[in-house]
Each structure stands twice: as C-alpha cells, then as structure tokens.
Design a protein around this ligand. Structure first.
Ligand code: SF4
Length: 74
C-alpha cells in the first residue's frame, strides 16, 4: 500500500456512476455535469492517512472506467 497519494479524476473517462463518491463522500462530489470531482478543499492535497489511503484504493478499484486516478507519491 502506498504511503502518500493524490487523487485525480479523468473527466473524459468518468461516466458519473457515483461509486467513488459513495466510498469517499467527504472528498469527492458531483460537479455540475454530474461527473466526479475532487472537492475544492481536497484538490491537490496529499493524503497520508493509512485508513483513508485504503478507502481511496478501494474507490480506484471500484471505478468502472478507470477515470479515478491515484497518483502515488511515496
Ligand atoms: S467511480 Fe469512476 S466513473 Fe464512477 S463517478 Fe467515480 S470516477 Fe466517475
């Protein structure tokens, strides 16, 4: 499991299924086009909490279109 990560959403690939939002409701939301978006206060934020990283990796694995991207920093 990585120690430090960042979340990115590829909007061109996102189909708006909402799976990642249901797993990470505090971090991801729908934008005005009903696509997933990292909330403003979490944009470009480095995540280093192990439990949260586990949830993020689950969201990544659950994304049907690979639009949910995890950038591994460490
Ligand atoms: S799980 Fe993937 S396709 Fe579904 S809303 Fe999230 S980023 Fe978009």
């Amino acid at each position: 499991m990585p120690k430090k990560i960042k979340i990115k959403i590829n909007k061109e690939a996102c189909n708006g299924c909402g799976t990642c939002i249901s797993i990470l409701p505090d971090i991801i939301e729908f934008d005005s086009n009903s696509q997933a978006e990292v909330k403003l206060e979490h944009k470009e934020k480095i995540i280093d909490d192990p439990q949260l990283i586990e949830q993020v990796m689950l969201a990544k694995e659950s994304c049907p279109t690979e639009a949910f991207i995890v950038e591994i920093i460490e």
